[in-house]
Design a protein around this ligand. Sequence first.
Ligand code: P6P
Length: 336
Amino acid sequence: MSNKNQTLGEFIIENQHSFKYSSGELSNLLNSIRLAAKVVNHEVNKAGLVDIIGAAGDTNIQGEDQQKLDVYANDVFIQALINRNIVCGIASEEEDDFVAINSINNDHQNKYIVLIDPLDGSSNIDVNVSVGTIFSIYRRVTPIGTPVTIEDFLQEGKHQVAAGYVIYGTSTMLVYSTGHGVNGFTLNPAIGSFYLSHSDMEFPVDGNIYSVNEGNYLEFPDGIKKYIKYCQQIEDDRPYTSRYIGSLASDFHRNMIKGGIYMYPKSTKNPKGKLRLLYECNPMAFLAEQANGKASDGFTRILDIKPTELHQRVPFICGSTNMVNKAEEFMKEYSS
Ligand code: P6P
């Protein structure tokens, strides 16, 4: 249910009853993400003005240069989550291992874990193209009262209790779901509040936009190559339009509004794909299915994949259901 001009805070409270564990803790957790998003947005919006751009000189577990803004966003989200004393653990693209968060009296009573890509698409920062934050929330599966373990983080994506993203773009938006549809909120920077701007977001079942880094075309599986050529054929409703921002949240968001498909297949360079299952593909797949879309690795539903490692990568195809089905047909017919 949604009312016009409702703030994100009002929306979270009004809808917390629909959350089956509604103890107010998830609402509190979502509010901490809301706050962190505003803080990061403030820095992202002035990144060109202060000496916060440029590699922090370090590299993360992915071997990628850590931009100072990556490191900053990671610290802001982790601290915001710790301050609310709700989570028992956090996993981040910027942290080699998960971070165990002990409750105030160290009795390990906190029930939630959060996995996050604090600043996805960060290579776009220096060229003033939109970047995003992607988050995924689960309840722990190991006994409350004991320290969090890796088992709590390696849950299938279908067990997520909430997921969402923030886009720091022409406007700043927070889009999330707790399993009851997808709603989008736009930040009014003059007031510092997020307002409901996109109620009950849904992927059109079909679309005419395909998003893939075609620079890797020669390395793609044959099924993906055949599907890309299908998108480019001059017949029926094609050729489709190619749009690729290089920032997952932005490409996903445009495709959800207009209809489209995003693909990051495996390749010679990335034999398991590039995107990370736990804090990119699972949250986006959760949102896609909540918005009447679909997400797979070309063969298997993303949300059914049993994770084995914190930073594991998977091939990712996501978007309008009919488009994903078509791509899967080509994958099944042509790919090894
Ligand atoms: P490439 C950003 O690094 C990211 O994880 C996604 O946000 C984006 O869609 C993709 O990788 C871009 O990767 O190899 O096309 O630059």
